[in-house]
Design a protein around this ligand. Sequence first.
Ligand SMILES: C[S@@+](CC[C@H](N)C(=O)[O-])C[C@H]1O[C@@H](n2cnc3c(N)ncnc32)[C@H](O)[C@@H]1O
Length: 170
Amino acid sequence: MHEVARAAAGDAGGVYADIDPIVVDLGCRMVRDPPQVLYHPQVLDLIDFGEPVAVLAGLVFGFVGDAAAPARILRRISENLVTGSYLVMSRIGPDPAPPGRLRQQRALELCAQAEMPVTVRSRDQIAGLLPAACDLVAAGVVPVTAWHPDPEDADDLPQWAVLAAVAYTR
Ligand SMILES: C[S@@+](CC[C@H](N)C(=O)[O-])C[C@H]1O[C@@H](n2cnc3c(N)ncnc32)[C@H](O)[C@@H]1O
């Protein structure tokens, strides 16, 4: 992520947050308690929230079930973003093809056994989670493979199992 950001803007800062301390230094429950990460001194050292930022929630919100109010969590994140910021989310979507659905079912069972249950959400449900202050960028909620594919990949079958949404903060 930081390599892509720095290719676009050489002085871009980045912070990785994950609940699993093995994954990143700043292991914390970001997705449940956004201010715990957003106002962390190490984060404030690196990120100026007075400028547009991008929050990338890559395959994380599937671990946030309805009981944890994911829409409210996303709204709390967006409240800290100035106009021109982006909120990017990828999510597990229902795989429409029977072989894919079977593989997905097995993967979901493994996650549940590991006490990391995943909630699968449809495109409309994912769009419905986005804060009112954010506009969904074209092409909407789409399979990740359909998000500006390279021309040589344009004919590949869409991978419905992972959906992506990019929203722009007004
Ligand atoms: C499929 S991986 C995605 C990793 C990375 N975000 C990416 O896009 O490549 C899902 C990650 O979400 C993390 N996770 C699960 N629940 C979380 C939570 N409540 N807050 C932060 N991270 C969480 C897991 O530890 C795991 O590393």
